[in-house]
Ligand binder design. Structure first.
Ligand code: 4AD
Ligand code: MG
Length: 463
């Protein structure tokens, strides 16, 4: 390992000189009369390094002449100045060794493939420029997120993936069961008897780590989660996944205003870090995918997020004269076309909408004094719509019980959540950021399925 360099480190060297060794996969191989040109990538950066293989070296081994795209090689040689345009250094090979077999019928060609096609070869698509860049951007964003919270003393909390509760109350749960689906045990009423199931109760994949994060925040003050969440919503859109990653900070002694300030500071710092630390990849997206991403990110980092409440947002939408597909009326959900109008046309930058009607929000949100709205907030950004959803939590037991009943939930199922309200209950708030929505926004990728290594969506869970 030690004597092999990463392509990134070699390309970053300012000057030629020295014997080097690299290994990776060929993105292209061109064999001419006197010489072969290999474009070798190890995924450490967007560019590959050009390897020039003299004819006598190729002649040595018949297999080297067959080297083509997709094959893996180890190269030793000298780092020299490159006469070719667009690169300052290349390797003059002294030895080239094929690792594994020569790739045959390699489906990735130098031409551009559609993202739909690439999804059918998710085992190879990380080797493309775009998906390779996506994976590096994800890594950069994840590092920035952990750094943001760690710098501020937040404790990273691992919340369970298997749960009994539907935090968001939307009924979009995937069941976790070991019962035989063809002949499940039945009770006297003929219903499936889940007391005989693995957990002795119905269990599901979690839609959110929030409820458990609240438990930890009421002991450690500031915590955050960063984990997978699952939603069985049957929406085949470019912004929904059945499995996605969510970041959920939870802060004790914090109200909605404090939470909004933190959210804004958080998003700005993450975008700034991405601009600073994945510059090359973001420039690639700006050039090849969406010409506005860099300007948009730079603009966001500099300008304050607008804040308006739901009631005002509805008034704006009612007056704007647009013909929306879905109706606009106080009490109804804002659809993504409405969200996009608000952020793209009305404000022209990120926007925080607050204080939604209680009837369209989950049981855990703090009820405002008006009795009609709750202390919820959504951050809306151009092209995506909602990227963050959060709220101040209902920390008053009496109010919570009213909300549980309103939402048709049994208080005994939430006994521990209620009990927390009896032992040192304090105002607390948090939010959830969809990691893939963040990456989609920053890269300008059209479809959320192309910003996660292995998308899970209705009808598809291969790889
Ligand atoms: O607004 P949501 O449902 O909020 C919660 O789950 C709260 N428990 C968060 C909290 O307060 N701790 O989801 C949060 C975010 C959304 O804003 C969106 O970015 C993302 O999660 N999201 C999805 N991303 C991809 N695919 C899906 N199906 C998503 N559903 C939500
Ligand atoms: Mg939401």
């Amino acid at each position: 390992m030690a004597d092999f360099s990463r392509v990134k480190d070699l390309l970053e060297r300012q000057r030629p000189g020295g014997e080097v060794a690299v290994r990776g996969w060929l993105r292209s191989a061109r064999h001419s009369k006197d010489v072969s040109f290999l474009d070798l990538s190890d995924g450490s950066c967007l560019a590959g390094i050009q390897v020039v293989v003299p004819r006598d070296l190729v002649d040595h081994a018949a297999e080297l002449r067959k080297l083509g795209t997709g094959s893996a090689v180890e190269v030793r040689g000298e780092l020299v100045a490159s006469p070719a345009r667009g690169q300052s250094l290349e390797i003059q090979a002294g030895a080239v060794e094929l690792v594994g077999d020569v790739a045959e019928d390699y489906p990735l060609q130098k031409k551009r493939h559609s993202f739909e096609f690439l999804r059918t070869i998710s085992h190879l698509r990380p080797r493309t420029n775009t998906i390779g860049a996506v994976l590096r951007v994800r890594n950069c964003a994840a590092r920035a997120i952990h750094r943001f919270f760690q710098d501020r003393g937040f404790v990273y909390l691992q919340t369970p993936i298997i749960t009994e509760s539907d935090c968001e109350g939307a009924g979009e749960l995937f069941r976790v069961s070991t019962l035989d689906p063809s002949k499940p045990p039945r009770d006297a009423q003929g219903e499936v008897d889940f007391s005989q199931d693995f957990f002795g109760k119905q269990a599901y994949l979690t839609v959110s780590g929030q409820l458990e994060a609240e438990i930890a925040a009421l002991a450690l003050t500031n915590v955050y989660t960063f984990g997978p969440t699952f939603r069985a919503e049957n929406s085949n859109t470019s912004r929904h996944l059945a499995e996605f990653w969510m970041i959920e900070p939870e802060m004790a002694f914090c109200d909605l205003a404090g939470q909004m300030d933190l959210t804004e500071e958080f998003l700005k710092e993450i975008f700034q870090t991405m601009l600073d630390e994945c510059t090359e990849d973001l420039e690639f997206f700006n050039k090849r995918i969406d010409k506005t991403v860099l300007a948009t990110l730079e603009h966001i980092v500099e300008s304050p997020f607008e804040r308006i409440d739901y009631t005002e947002a509805v008034a704006v939408l009612e007056k704007c004269g647009r013909d929306f597909e879905y109706p606009v009326r106080w009490g109804l959900h804002l659809q993504s076309e409405h969200e996009r109008y608000l952020t793209e046309v009305h404000i022209g930058r990120p926007l925080i909408v607050t204080d939604y009607p209680r009837a369209i929000k989950p049981f855990y949100m703090y009820v405002n004094d008006d009795g009609k709205t709750v202390r919820a907030m959504d951050v809306l950004v151009p092209k995506i719509g909602e990227i963050v959803g959060g709220s101040q939590r209902e920390h008053r037991l009496e109010e919570l019980d009213i909300r549980l009943e309103e939402c048709g939930l049994a208080p005994r199922d939430y006994w521990w959540y209620r009990d927390l309200r009896r032992h040192g209950s304090v105002p607390h708030s948090g939010f959830g950021l969809g990691f893939e929505r963040l990456v989609q926004f920053a890269t300008g990728m059209e479809n959320i399925r192309d910003v996660i290594p292995f998308p899970r969506v209705p009808g598809f869970a291969e790889f």
